[in-house]
Design a protein around this ligand. Structure first.
Ligand code: DOR
Ligand code: ZN
Length: 438
């Protein structure tokens, strides 16, 4: 259904940004038509009415970092199931990482992912293009072709792998500046992480797990900040995970280098004490760090040193996770649990307002990606891409009940207070009370 065919929708009793008394929001032709106590006063009968009981209304979330696994691993996630998870999580746009099989390293694949995303129609699916062919780090892809295709690819990343060769990264940044696109780096110096499965520190040493030092991330962050400076390019750091990375971002931003960064909900919430049980569900790249890292990351997100939250939603099959820790695939589900975690850590503690949360989960990621119809203010005339959050609707995470085809959530059995109770995408409800609306 296109925006012009979408029905008129009345959101009754919502609180934009959680501020002030509840109002009604009228949505027509994919846009916000009226906001106020009487917004729905003289509407005709063919209006869909959703009574939302004072819930918080936010701009729909934008995820710069999602793994949808199609093409190639449709047994673990598809564009359809991943879009459903996104809709349930309050997301109206996701960026699908390039490490599919085959990789999203040419226009045929990126355009195909974009087209399937459009057909599914539950959120905007923007394919991320690979920086190098096959994510091998050796030869640049035709970024220009992917940028000019139907998908209009605007973010390029070899995520899962680091663009480790400084000369290749330098050229990628130079080309990206000319094309007006963004390189997103998975910062991991591979020479420092060979065989590594856990954060290098006292816990990994005691558990006998090979360590992934902070320096493997920080050395690439520092290098890429300097390369971006000299190329006059922008660079985005995926899943920042260490206190040192926060310090480097502070330094680079202080030098007016065009650098942005994201942090995942799992790096904000969990630390490497979880590895005690050797449960493969806690294996992730970069690894869960130490408690002081989680605190530094939270502070950096509040202060703006880290720009936004991104899920790194990484579905894996049961047999790839329920095995010896070192053999488990790295990655965790994230789309359906991001809002409750960020709300618990930062809004319920008083460190952030709902407006601040909208900045880190919607406005900033949309700006970083250059989207013009997402992350917009809740105002008359703006596109109706919205998330509805009930701050007090406790729910317990059960992996098997998530919309994702995989169940590898590290939050199994945890209860969170806030929950997404509705998502509006292009003027149409795509989820309501934990159900996807087709
Ligand atoms: O844990 C991770 N999983 N980190 C990555 O960078 C890639 C991702 C995946 O594709 O599973
Ligand atoms: Zn990554």
């Amino acid at each position: 259904m296109t925006a012009s065919e979408s029905p008129t929708l009345l959101l009754r009793r919502v609180r934009p940004y959680g501020e002030g008394a509840p109002v009604d929001v009228l949505i027509r032709d994919g846009h916000i038509a009226a906001i106020g106590p009487d917004a729905g006063a003289d509407i005709s009968s063919d209006v869909e009415i959703q009574d939302l009981d004072g819930a918080v209304l936010l701009p729909g979330f934008v995820d710069l970092h999602t793994h949808l696994r199609e093409p190639g691993r449709e047994d673990t996630e598809t564009i359809s199931t991943g879009s459903a998870a996104a809709a349930l999580g309050g997301y109206t746009a996701v960026f699908a990482m390039a490490n599919t099989q085959p990789a999203q390293d040419n226009q045929t694949v990126t355009d195909s992912v974009w087209r399937i995303g459009r057909e599914v129609g539950l959120c905007d699916v923007h394919p991320v293009g690979a920086v190098t062919l096959g994510l091998k780090g050796e030869q640049l892809t035709e970024m220009g072709q992917m940028a000019d295709g139907a998908a209009k690819v605007r973010i390029f990343s070899d995520d899962g792998m680091c663009v480790y060769d400084p000369l290749i990264m330098r050229r990628a940044l130079e080309y990206s500046a000319g094309l007006g696109v963004l390189i997103a780096q998975h910062a991991e110096e591979p020479r420092l992480t060979r065989g590594a499965v856990a954060h290098e520190g006292p816990n990994a040493a005691r558990l006998g797990l090979t360590g992934w030092p902070r320096s493997a991330e920080e050395s690439i962050v520092a290098r890429d900040a300097i390369l971006a400076r000299d190329a006059g390019a922008r660079v985005h750091i995926c899943h920042a995970s260490t206190t040192g990375t926060v310090e480097l971002l502070k330094w680079a931003k202080g030098q007016d280098i065009s650098i942005t960064a994201e942090v995942t909900p799992h790096h904000l919430l969990l630390d490497d004490s979880r590895l005690e049980t050797y449960d493969g569900v806690y294996r992730v790249n970069p690894p869960l760090r130490e408690a002081h890292d989680t605190l530094a990351l939270r502070e950096a997100l509040v202060s703006g040193v880290i720009d936004c939250v991104a899920t790194d939603h990484a579905p894996h099959a049961a047999q790839e996770k329920c095995c010896e820790f070192a053999a488990a695939r790295p990655g965790m589900l994230g789309l359906e649990t991001a809002l409750p975690i960020v709300a618990a850590l930062l809004v319920e503690t008083g460190d952030m307002t709902w407006r601040d949360l909208a900045r880190v989960m919607s406005t900033r990621p949309a700006e970083i990606a250059g989207l013009t119809d997402q992350g917009r203010p809740i105002e008359v005339g703006e596109p109706a891409n919205l998330a509805v959050v009930d701050p007090d609707s406790p729910w317990t995470v059960i992996g098997d009940e998530l919309a994702s085809l995989s169940a590898n959530t590290p939050y199994e059995g945890m209860t969170f207070a806030a929950r997404v109770v509705g998502t509006v995408y292009r003027g149409r409800m795509t989820s309501r009370d934990g159900k996807v609306l087709a």
